[in-house]
Design a protein around this ligand. Sequence first.
Ligand SMILES: [Zn+2]
Length: 406
Amino acid sequence: MSGLVSPHGGGELKPLLLSGEELRQEWEKAQTLERVMMTSRETSDLIMMGIGAFTPLDGFMGKDDWKGVCDSFTMANGIFWPIPITLSVSKEQANNIKEGQEVALVDTETGELMGSMTVQERYTIDKSHECKQIFKTDELEHPGVAKVMEQGDVNIAGSVKVFSESYYPEMFKDVYMRPAETRKIFEEKGWKTVAALQLRNPMHRSHEYLAKIAIEVCDGVLIHQLVGKLKPGDIPAEVRVRAIDTLVEHYFVKDTCIQAGYPMEMRYGGPREALLHATFRQNYGCSHLIVGRDHAGVGEYYGPFDAHHIFDEIPKDALETKPLKIDWTFYCNKCDGMASMKTCPHGKEDRMLLSGTKLRKMLSEGEEVPDHFSRAEVLEILREYYAGLEEKVEVKLHKYAEGEKK
Ligand SMILES: [Zn+2]
């Protein structure tokens, strides 16, 4: 046995991606089926199912699962799950689809046929209820709420077959890993405890510090960054990938960390999303998820440590993957090093705190970045990226962005 945590749900990894002759036949058959157009969020969820990251799901959720997940973190089969994974269509299209019918699943942005689904159920939901349960708000300014509200009026559910994971560009092929692949690497290295560092921004010193705290207590770290869709103005994944490679090369002990990307789209669901991050990290073979301040948060919707507390509110056996709860981290002049709110007794004036948004603004306007915020090698890559932009991106300190205080 590998000694790694088991895939979620207690069984084996369940990748739904077809291959070989079966793929050819199902793909051929799907050409003639009714086409359901998926949003980028739905496509990214389908890919997560395809690669086994959403084990044990076998398709988009039905109403009982939806309700159980919203109200008690539990699917109809009793297995823990924190955020509904659903697919919607318009009322008109729902009328054309019968239960038991197979439909083709097509990504709206690329037009690519991504999979097929046998429709087992059609149902309507109270979107506002979902939002209040998952996001703790139904305000449309919340980007996760906005996406739920934009969904079609009818959800369709059923088991899926996945044809493709190629929605993500070629450039990610080195970092893009399926759960079976990260597990294999961990096993080869003899790692049993692995902490995942969730990342969607360039990796600065505070993230480096989080990763190193984890390395002190685990066998290794998976620097796991999102290559799914982000907000406009965010730094593209290929630039972030290069920055991480440089940082790892210069500042980490060899064989203590691995960089990988995963294709999910952010929901900005704060604490609930932290639980989802832990759930699919278990499938990747990670025993721990590093949960810092305002994990997956946005704006002022969540308390800075709500994502810590929620792990104490779920049943103890819900997940094998546990949170590594770490306070707000920064460089402190008086401490003369990296520290956290838990270890540094000094005041704001001694601490180097810079939001991701503020940093982007400084870089895009060519300003000097204060010492100790980021490593020089990383800044060089970011500066090069900003210098290459044809037009200066206008970075606004809007409501959402202010939430990214790290
Ligand atoms: Zn201090």
